[in-house]
Design a protein around this ligand. Sequence first.
Ligand code: GAP
Length: 435
Amino acid sequence: MEIENKMEKIVSLCKRRGFVFPGSEIYGGMANSWDYGPIGVELKNNVKQSWWKRFVQGRDDMVGIDAALIMNPKVWEASGHLSAGFADPLVECKKCHTRFRSDQIDVSAPCANCGAKNSFTEARMFNLMFKTFVGPAEEDANIAYFRPETAQAMFVDFKNVLDTSRKTLPFGIGQIGKAFRNEITPGNFIFRTREFEQMEIEYFIPVPVRDEEWKDYFEMWRQEMISWMKENLGLDMSHVHELEVEAADRAHYSKRTIDFEYDFPFGRKELYGLAYRTDFDLKNHFKEPPYRDAQTGEAFYPHTIEPTWGVDRSVLAVLCEAYTEEGERIFLKLPPKLAPYKAAIFPLLKNKPELVEKARAIYKDLQNNFMVAWDDRGNIGKRYYAQDEIGTPFCITVDFDSLEKGDVTVRDRDTAKQERVPIAGLKEYIASRLK
Ligand code: GAP
């Protein structure tokens, strides 16, 4: 499949089937804003739930929070986001006024938009914070910012979390939520947008006496991130690459950063990051050391390892990985756990009330445990096709034998094989395959 073609096909499938729509479309859209539709929100929620289950619910050394999007502006002074640290270099074409990130283009080449030569302004740093006003008066005293990362709330709430959860080091705080950045060049569908979601962990460790100590925790999270991509997202790890970020390219707070890059159809790009933030953030936010060792009574600033995941990039990587064409057949080979619907239920014939009634009862019963779809339109082949396109792992058909023998045909998305399964055992059948 041609690479550009693949991305176009994915974008078109997303729109056609209700994964992702262009935002505000009836008003001509809003550049680079996207809305998750009925199928997409299920996929996205499954990614988030899978993350929460693995990294918060499933670990004794983790707790979660859900903090405000607009925080006190002092947070962003302390974190360094309001200074030059959180800015990208911007150049503008003097002829057509299109803006570019100067670190992403060759500024000696003609403008990619209008072709003008030697047309770029000097680069200037452009801060990515999204500004707003709190309250009715639009004056400087009321300026506030939408958070550019979820991370800072985990630092700012550190003491409250500590006092209420009584965790001891090492432990982490996790959060899933929206972040906002006034990106100069958003693009590539949901890859780079101005409003996006993150899943982040700040993992607090004792002050490392030797480098090995933080390196061990860093390695633990590196392995966890690899394992998440393999086991939870089902990515082929030959499509994932680790990039050791050079000191000059690291964020202002980081002593070491690894980017996990993924081979998207539009190129190899950052999927996730892992950073050692030292004690930079807690020191900037707390005048007094916020942690006291229970044994020695010594107070100090814990250090932080930060694994960070983009939700939308996870969804995009999963879609790129799952998109499969076999002849005329298009299907999404999604990991069953992430699939929007776990099963679809069909009565063989729409005009046979006894089949519809039986199928409806099965559908309602399964609905208590799983997201399930109902389809009674067209022939069975068309229904299979429609479910394959949205990655439903199992299609269940209720036929005349079902009425007599109490079983149904279950057809597997990936192999297209069919088997008879007793109705009484359907829940266990589906649950056992949601790995
Ligand atoms: N707290 C650290 C932090 O925010 P980052 O590398 O700037 O680090 C973390 O962002 C992750 O958030 C990225 O690896 C990516 O998955 C996602 N991300 C960042 N900017 C994004 C954007 N404009 N659109 C979509 N996802 C984005």
